[in-house]
Design a protein around this ligand. Structure first.
Ligand code: F0G
Length: 457
């Protein structure tokens, strides 16, 4: 991979500390072996998520001081609108407080009871919002996505045959819309190729179905297209992003990722004025007036600036280079990681590493708990624990992947931190046979993994 030193230097630091091992063991037991329950100050290196955890630049912080906190028509809204038009190319937009706020406003407008939303692979809150609005979330990703050791440049791609068959089988009128998640978080931060996006659009047009993007990590997706897809090597990230979005009718975005802000999101609509009018009406009672939609003026300014920084190629090269750096350390030591590495995280294949723990005892969660005990590092399970139960039968579903996600915040940690994480996992892998599975002590009904309590078996 291409080594790129960070195209920035550190101007301010934040203290972190490693509490003693006995304390870590006690604390994780106290919270029911669910790392979401831990206090952040008890964590040394926090790889729970790349969402809202990035470091803003001095330019973004300067923008915070320029917040115009008018209820309606804030100057920062217009700045953000200009950025959205420039980088995304869509005519209409409203800010939201975060990605799920956007989903909550847009999805009821698009989904009729019983309709399907066809995705490559939906993120968990996205799936939850689809279901809460009476829809059904369907994943139509290529099968290669489930083989972590298989190299494929675009593991986030739709299986076009599966897509066509699904539409023909259920009927286009049963399909609310197609949602392309870039990069595909649940599949390991894997990108979708431009060719695949074009094909999805073609199918969508044929059957009269609309295409939306879940654009949380759009810049990382554009970077992979530039690096891996023929014909894009000399295009700028912005040009690639603009082209991607041309094939969609609109998007929801959690700006806490590629917006490089701590809070924020948006809905953007390409040109459908009627649809936008519905969004504008719905957003008022839910998120707020359309020129702030759940964000303060200063938040909108930081976002506007973050979106311009995230499409700089040198930034993306360092960012994705750091993710690759961690993956390489693990891979060389024989810890099974998803290949190729995705954009925002390294995914450890717990199914491969811990074959003695069955899916219903959550192998990746077991590894997650062990990593915290070992080195005070917090990761997150992306597997059967997260997937949950069949809404019709209540059966625990078996996730095709049992992954421990080590999610790297943007511009926050150094490669020394990555070394610590790798060393800890390598230590664990030497005694992996001793790791045990988990069962529920308390299981909530919706998005259970956030607040469930577990106990070792
Ligand atoms: N879509 C994708 C692809 C996401 O990854 C997320 C959040 C959302 C939507 C929801 O956005 O959190 O701003 O409401 N993903 C975070 C994660 C939480 O850790 O992967 P949100």
């Amino acid at each position: 991979y291409e080594r790129m030193a960070e195209p920035y230097r550190i101007k301010m630091v934040e203290k972190i500390r490693l509490i003693p091992k006995e304390e870590r063991e006690r604390k994780i037991a106290e919270v029911g072996y669910n790392q979401f329950g831990l206090k952040a100050e008890d964590i040394f290196i926090d790889l729970l998520t790349d969402s809202g955890t990035g470091a803003m630049s001095d330019y973004q912080w300067a923008g915070i001081m320029l917040g115009d906190e008018s209820y309606a028509g804030s100057r920062n809204f217009y700045n953000l609108q200009e950025t959205v038009e420039d980088i995304i190319g869509y005519k209409y937009f409203v800010p939201t407080h975060q990605g799920r706020g956007a989903e909550n406003v847009l999805f009821p407008i698009l989904i009729k009871e019983g309709q399907y939303v066809l995705g490559n692979m939906h993120f968990d809150t996205t799936k939850a919002h689809i279901e809460l609005k009476g829809g059904r979330a369907v994943n139509l990703i290529i099968d290669d996505a489930f083989e972590t050791q298989k190299e494929h440049p675009f593991k986030g791609n739709f299986d076009i045959d599966k897509l066509v068959h699904f539409i023909e089988d259920k009927g286009p009128e049963k399909c609310a819309f197609i949602l392309i998640t870039v990069t595909c978080n649940s599949a390991g931060g894997q990108p979708v190729s431009m060719e695949n996006i074009k094909k999805v659009k073609k199918v969508a047009d044929k059957y009269g179905i609309r295409v939306f993007f879940d654009a949380a990590r759009f810049a990382e997706n554009a970077y992979f297209i530039k690096k891996r897809e023929k014909g894009y090597e000399n295009k700028s990230i912005k040009e690639i992003a603009r082209e991607m979005f041309e094939y969609g009718d609109g998007l929801t975005m959690s700006a806490k990722k590629d917006g490089i802000v701590n809070i924020g999101g948006m809905i953007a609509i390409k040109d459908d004025e009627e649809l936008f009018e519905k969004v504008r009406q719905s957003i008022i009672p839910i998120e707020g007036f359309p020129t702030y939609g759940g964000l303060s003026g200063r938040d909108m300014e930081a976002l506007s600036r973050g979106l311009r920084e995230v499409v700089e190629e040198s930034y993306l090269q360092a960012r994705i280079g750091q993710v690759e750096y961690l993956a390489k350390l693990l891979d060389e030591a024989g810890v099974p990681v998803q290949k190729p590495t995705g954009g925002h995280a390294v995914f450890v294949d717990a199914k491969k590493m811990l074959p003695h723990i069955p899916y219903h005892q959550f192998p990746a969660q077991s590894l997650c708990v062990e990593l915290y005990k070992e080195a005070g590092v917090r990761g997150v399970e992306i597997g059967s624990f997260l997937l949950g139960r069949d809404p019709d039968t209540g059966e625990q579903l078996e996730s095709p992947l049992e992954l421990l996600r080590l999610t790297i915040p943007r511009r926050v940690y150094t490669n020394n931190h990555m070394d610590v994480v790798a060393e800890a996992l390598i230590n664990i892998s030497k005694r992996k046979d001793q790791l045990k599975g988990y069962e529920f002590e308390y299981e909530p009904k919706v998005l259970r993994h956030f607040i469930a309590r577990l106990k070792p078996i």
